[in-house]
Design a protein around this ligand. Structure first.
Ligand SMILES: Cc1cc2nc3c(=O)[nH]c(=O)nc-3n(C[C@H](O)[C@H](O)[C@H](O)COP(=O)(O)OP(=O)(O)OC[C@H]3O[C@@H](n4cnc5c(N)ncnc54)[C@H](O)[C@@H]3O)c2cc1C
Length: 255
């Protein structure tokens, strides 16, 4: 885990209120793995006091990419950052996803859940077949499609308003894809907590299918000290999203 000033560049709005930004921080970029995130101190002052967790959406040798929706004070400040400004970041945080080979892997994203799946897809593509199910509110919020196209064998889309793909929730198209799921080794799910919960509790009748969810909780420290991001284990006890996750085998978590 490294704490460094990172230089901002290449910020662009890639959807309504959705931004992509690159951060130059070679030490973090070179050690980062899919599934991990960074904590960003958006200001030099104590306002806001807590750093904000954002997934690593991609890396190069020297840089990491973050993709965020502006929803409150912290992301509003990030939106105003200009090329050349610096941000104090801590990372890479969380457990890396264990790589697999020669498998059929299904990715399911809702909204901004697509961000961490990009980095994962780029890594898994080398040795696996990937199928993406992706839902958003409307066509303009279906971001990163050009980047996913060369990575996936098939892409299925849904929008809440029917402006692109099937009208409805991404879970509707996922649950009807019986043949794809029957041949899949695992399913990586990232998006709103209600979506992850729905998929986790769905009776797939496919005992072989492993479900992994990218969980998000409000976080304090991001490194296991404050227990602010605890989630209930199946059985007894708690898990910390920051250090035990953020990607969990969903059979181990009570959602
Ligand atoms: C491991 C992890 C990875 C994440 N990756 C991304 C990412 O790649 N892209 C992205 O856009 N967002 C991501 N998030 C969520 C992101 O951290 C929050 O959107 C951000 O902290 C909001 O900060 P803010 O100051 O703008 O909003 P605030 O003013 O803090 O909050 C605005 C509203 O959002 C809600 N909220 C804030 N943070 C969270 C959260 N973590 N979970 C649920 N609700 C929240 C608040 O309850 C409030 O209603 C991630 C969260 C975690 C824990």
């Amino acid at each position: 885990m490294i704490r460094k000033q990172a230089v901002v560049y290449g910020k662009e709005e890639i959807g309504p209120g959705i931004y992509s930004m690159w951060l130059k921080c070679p030490q973090i970029a070179r050690t980062a793995k899919p599934g991990q995130f960074v904590q960003i101190a958006v200001n030099d002052s104590y306002e806001p006091f807590l750093s904000r967790p954002l997934s690593i959406a991609d890396t190069t040798n020297n840089t990491i990419r973050i993709i965020y929706r502006v929803i409150g004070k912290g992301t509003e400040i990030l939106k105003a950052k200009k090329d050349g400004e610096t941000l104090l970041i801590l990372g890479p945080l969380g457990k890396a996803i264990t790589p697999v080979k020669n498998k059929n892997i299904v990715l399911c994203a809702g909204g901004l859940g697509i961000a961490p799946l990009l980095y994962l897809a780029k890594n898994l593509k080398k040795n696996n077949n990937l199928i993406l199910f992706y839902g958003a509110r409307n066509e303009s919020e279906l971001i990163l499609l050009k980047e996913f196209k060369p990575l996936c064998d098939k892409i299925f889309l849904s929008t809440d308003d029917g402006s692109k793909g099937r009208k409805g929730f991404v879970t509707d198209i996922l649950f009807s894809a019986h043949d794809i799921l029957a041949n899949a080794y695992c399913l990586y799910i990232a998006g709103p907590s209600e979506m992850i919960k729905k998929i986790s509790n769905y009776k797939f009748r496919l005992s072989h299918l492993k479900l992994f969810g990218f969980l998000e909780e409000r976080m304090g420290c991001g490194c296991g000290i404050c227990f602010g991001c605890a989630v209930k284990k199946r059985g007894n006890g708690y898990l910390r999203v920051c250090t035990d996750g953020p990607v969990f085998d969903l059979s181990k978590v009570a959602l």
